[in-house]
Write a protein that binds this ligand. Structure first.
Ligand SMILES: [Zn+2]
Length: 345
């Protein structure tokens, strides 16, 4: 049942509101960390559309707004025996959804006469469509068939063709895709994003972003040092043996370094989350309903407006590479400077 998804209330309720108003998108994209959970949500939606004994129904649209889960139709769908609900999984050795699979799906959708009930195709691993299959599918998304629904599931929206992304309604599930940003990094990010949005094109403006980034890192380093020094036995047993003190000192330095790396990744990771919002805004033409940084809407839209889709994607790629480079621990300032020079904001 849609109403029983305790951990995915936002998605389930959004779907129920669409059913209530009769404005169900003909193509939905579920983006989440857990394919099983997304399959369960797709199943619940399909059951709702077909349920013979619905617990709730909309007066406005005439559509069910939830499913009983036990009637003949609900059971058939749960057991994947209902011919109205098609499941498509990556096939072949290299685990892709092939052009043949898509062609078959489309022709079966075209052949069937309108039985009055919804026909639903669920593509599990929509990032697994190869380019030809994606292009074949694209036409279908552009000219929707009445009474047919497509539900695409993905754990990695970045791998989906922008043209497909832009034709689906997005539902972002709670989980790894929406990590919590620590509050002091959040504060810093707000300023970073506002500065980025208000700056004009050109290299000078990149340096106006670099300075606050470096000073934030300096601040991090000294806070971590102070906090961990305070906790270290070094500060509490000044009369300990020299050998022991040396060991403590080594431990202290190692823990400072590892905490610093952790916080630095969190900081660059936060920038990545924001760039993802920019990219989604660009490809879908609207600020994502479930953005990582909802409070940054106007700055995000401003940046998305002035860059191209390709630039938005490149930005994401560059920040991803930066995170990797930082892990190998070579010159930090240089790596960050390079990133900011590459970004188009
Ligand atoms: Zn039912």
């Amino acid at each position: 049942m849609l109403s029983s998804f305790q951990n995915q209330k936002i998605v389930a309720e959004t779907l129920q509101r669409s059913l209530e108003s009769g404005r169900l998108a003909h193509a939905s994209l579920f983006i989440g960390p857990d394919l099983g959970e997304m399959e369960a949500m797709a199943t619940a939606l399909a059951q709702t559309l077909h349920c013979e004994n619905p617990p709730s129904r909309s007066q406005t649209s005439g559509l069910n707004t939830d499913a009983c889960g036990v009637c003949r139709s609900c059971t058939m769908i749960a057991e994947r025996k209902d011919p109205n609900v098609r499941w498509i999984y990556p096939e072949s050795k290299i685990r892709i959804i092939t052009t043949d699979q898509i062609r078959q799906l489309i022709s079966s959708f075209q052949l069937k006469s309108l039985s009055g009930s919804y026909e639903i195709a669920i593509l599990c691993g929509a990032d697994r469509l190869n380019i030809q299959a994606a292009n074949a599918f694209l036409k279908t998304l552009e000219e929707p068939f009445p009474g047919k629904l497509f539900i695409l599931l993905t754990q990695d929206a970045q791998k989906i063709l922008p043209t497909i992304l832009s034709r689906c309604r997005h539902f972002v599930f709670e989980g790894i895709n929406r990590p919590i940003i620590e509050s002091d990094i959040q504060e810093w990010l707000d300023v970073f994003v506002q500065t980025a949005a208000s700056s004009t094109e050109g290299i000078v403006s990149r340096y106006t972003l670099l300075a606050p980034m470096i000073s934030k890192l300096d601040e991090m380093q000294s806070t971590i040092e102070a906090e961990l020094k305070e906790k270290s036995p070094l500060s509490h047993y000044p009369d300990a043996e020299e050998k022991q003190k040396e060991r403590w000192e080594k431990e202290l330095q190692a823990s400072i370094a590892s905490e610093y790396r952790r916080q630095r990744s969190a900081m660059v990771g936060a920038v990545e989350l924001w760039l993802r919002d920019v990219w989604l805004t660009k490809v879908t033409g609207a600020f994502p309903e479930m953005a990582h940084l909802p409070q940054m809407q106007s700055s995000t839209e401003k940046v998305a407006e002035r860059i191209t889709e390709k630039q938005a994607r490149e930005n994401l790629k560059n920040v991803g590479q930066t995170i990797k480079s930082l892990e190998t621990n070579i010159q930090e300032a240089l790596i960050l400077e390079l990133l900011l020079l590459k970004l188009t904001l």
